[in-house]
Write a protein that binds this ligand. Structure first.
Ligand SMILES: [Zn+2]
Length: 47
C-alpha cells in the first residue's frame, strides 16, 4: 500500500455555477449566486 491518496473531504459545490461553496453563502459560492437563486423564488425572471 504505497499509494498516497489525499483524503480531503469532498467540498460541496455551488448548484448554480459549480464553484466550491462559500461558508458565508452556502450552499452557494457567493452572494451573486445566492441572489440569483432567490430571484427565481420571487419570480423575478425577466427573461
Ligand atoms: Zn456559484
Amino acid at each position: 500500500m504505497g499509494m498516497f491518496m489525499s483524503a480531503k473531504a469532498k467540498t460541496a459545490q455551488c448548484p448554480l455555477c459549480g464553484k466550491p461553496e462559500s461558508i458565508e453563502h452556502k450552499p452557494f459560492c457567493s452572494k451573486g449566486c445566492k441572489d440569483r437563486d432567490l430571484l427565481q423564488w420571487l419570480g423575478e425572471d425577466t427573461g
